[in-house]
Design a protein around this ligand. Structure first.
Ligand SMILES: NC(=O)c1ccc[n+]([C@@H]2O[C@H](COP(=O)([O-])OP(=O)(O)OC[C@H]3O[C@@H](n4cnc5c(N)ncnc54)[C@H](O)[C@@H]3O)[C@@H](O)[C@H]2O)c1
Length: 505
């Protein structure tokens, strides 16, 4: 990637042809957390010419990264990490002390999962704060990239100062919030081509340091937005609940469209071309999941409740999404009955969205669990998230993780698409028809071409599609007919019996 220098306002396109920008002022930086956000931050800042130590509390993760492996799938990230390690600008460590000694700026990018009461769990953040306070060898600036409740920056400052006080020192300490807006699956691109960079602090020097770090990525269209600490913290939550609200409103409109005989995909076109509305995050579907939107929605509602403030909008988003995540199960039951013993359901997609192997709060996992609980045999496939789903679900009787999308269809009564990997839409309709024993295709993301499926005799039911109204009654393979497995042995009536071995194989 080394090559001629670029002007600071040019769009950066990471990849083999990309060239890093002017590396005039390399700085020593450390990142806590080698997850989606931390690893991307560390690799991209190294690419910008800085010297990075990335520290993680999981020793196995650190060993894997040192060997050149990635702990999760993220396009372009593996190459970038390896290249920056080879260039000597990025190294991984298990030692917080080493990271604090190295970095003038310390980025915190550890997890903030949901606590039992719905709040953001800050244990990982506070562990890092304590470690910084214990090991600071002099003045340091701390930058929060994790999504944290408003006021956390001040708590982190307090926590570090307490540790410094125990050591009898009081080094200057800057605190900033620099929330991350990257999308998994596009994380490297999003980091290097941010729509905006938000930074909040009461420390003008730290804000200037952050602006300078991001300068090669900024332009008139990609501004650096400096604000106060609390506003920056709220900005991240505001962005995520705004996106969740758009999705939930579209989902509600989609169900309304079904009742009214309209088609949400056509409505979406008409909406999205209005510049006041914009086209993104308008796809109706079977609910949102992932590691951010549901968690951040819960955390913001919890913050509001702690203030005694009502949040009718946020509450409605949560309730609406819960309904949508349960919709496909309802539709399977409408077609096959409440008890699914002996039924085979093909599930396409396990990740919470395509181009990632992240299954955190994936609507697909919720569906798989619900179908298994009703006695169904589930044949699921995801191009990438199979291992992550296996780890999250465990060895559940009745669940078979198929090796291909077509294998998952074998003799299934219904196909349910939950994650819209583009390759699903590319499979020939005949291949679906020939493997399914039923005719119903429930398309939770409006990803498949209903007309092509109808042309071979399959019934496509999307979310909010007008065509759902025109469909004849659902045809499902009657339970009394052929229930042989692809291997020819009798299908077990309940999971866990003899024939279930095929599913587990
Ligand atoms: N994943 C996303 O798309 C995304 C996008 C924007 C913001 N965020 C936010 O960024 C934060 C991190 O998210 P993520 O998805 O990268 O999480 P992650 O779970 O993928 O990674 C967190 C990492 O931190 C490590 N860690 C935990 N405690 C540590 C400690 N004391 N010292 C060093 N490392 C430690 C963990 O081992 C793990 O590798 C969260 O607050 C999340 O809400 C995530």
């Amino acid at each position: 990637m080394n090559g001629p220098m670029q002007g600071p306002t040019q769009d950066l396109e990471p990849g083999p042809q990309a060239r890093p920008p002017d590396r005039t002022a390399p700085r020593r930086l450390a990142v806590f957390g080698a997850g989606y956000v931390g690893l991307v931050t560390a690799a991209c800042l190294a690419w910008l010419g800085h010297e990075l130590v990335c520290v993680d509390s999981q020793p196995e993760r650190v060993r894997q990264l040192r060997r050149g492996g990635l702990p999760f799938h993220e396009p372009m990230l593996g190459e970038l990490v390896q290249e920056q390690m080879r260039a000597g600008r990025l190294r991984f460590s298990s030692s917080a002390e080493e990271a604090v000694a190295h970095g003038e700026l310390l980025f915190i990018a550890v997890g903030t999962p949901t606590a039992a009461d719905g709040a953001a769990e800050l244990a990982q953040v506070m562990q890092v704060a304590d470690a910084i306070g214990r090991h600071m060898p002099g003045p340091r600036q701390v930058v929060m990239k994790s999504t944290v409740p408003v006021g956390t920056g001040e708590r982190v400052r307090q926590r570090i100062r307490e540790q410094l006080a125990l050591r009898g020192v009081s080094w200057p300490l800057g605190i900033a919030s620099n929330p991350e807006f990257l999308r998994e699956g596009l994380a490297v691109q999003d980091f290097l081509r941010p729509e905006r960079v938000v930074a909040g602090s009461d420390d003008a020097g730290l804000l200037e340091a952050l602006r300078a770090l991001h300068a090669p990525l900024l332009s008139d269209r990609r501004p650096f937005l400096a604000m106060d600490l609390r506003s920056a913290e709220l900005c991240k939550y505001a962005a995520n609940v705004m996106l969740a609200a758009r999705l939930s409103l579209m989902n509600e409109l989609a169900l309304l469209a079904e009742g009214l005989g309209a088609d949400i995909e056509q409505v979406r076109e008409g909406l999205g071309r209005d510049p006041r509305i914009g086209a993104q995050f308008l796809r109706a579907g079977c609910g949102f999941g992932g590691s951010c939107l549901p968690k951040d929605l819960r955390a913001l509602r919890h913050s509001a409740a702690a203030l005694g403030q009502a949040t009718p909008m946020l509450d409605a988003i949560a309730a609406s999404n819960e309904r949508m995540v349960g919709l496909l199960e309802t539709r399977v039951c409408e077609a096959l009955g409440e008890l699914l013993d002996g039924r085979r359901i093909a599930v396409w997609g396990l990740a919470f969205k395509p181009h990632t192997d992240d299954v955190r709060e994936s609507p697909a996992l919720a569906l798989v669990r619900a179908l298994l609980a009703r006695g169904a045999q589930v044949q699921a496939y995801d191009p990438m998230a199979g291992p992550a789903a296996r780890e999250a679900l465990g060895e559940l009787p009745g669940l078979h993780l198929a090796g291909s999308a077509l294998e998952a269809l074998q003799q299934a009564d219904v196909l349910v698409l939950v994650t819209d990997w583009p390759q699903f839409a590319e499979l020939p309709a005949e291949a679906l028809r020939d493997r399914l024993r039923g005719t119903l295709v429930l398309d939770g993301r409006n990803a498949l071409d209903g007309a092509r499926l109808a042309a071979v005799g399959l019934q496509h039911r999307g979310i909010g599609r007008a065509t759902a109204q025109a469909l004849p009654p659902v045809q499902a393979w009657p339970l009394t007919q052929d229930r042989s497995t692809p291997l020819g042995t009798a299908w077990p009536h309940r999971p866990g019996h003899a024939g279930a071995a095929w599913l587990a194989s």
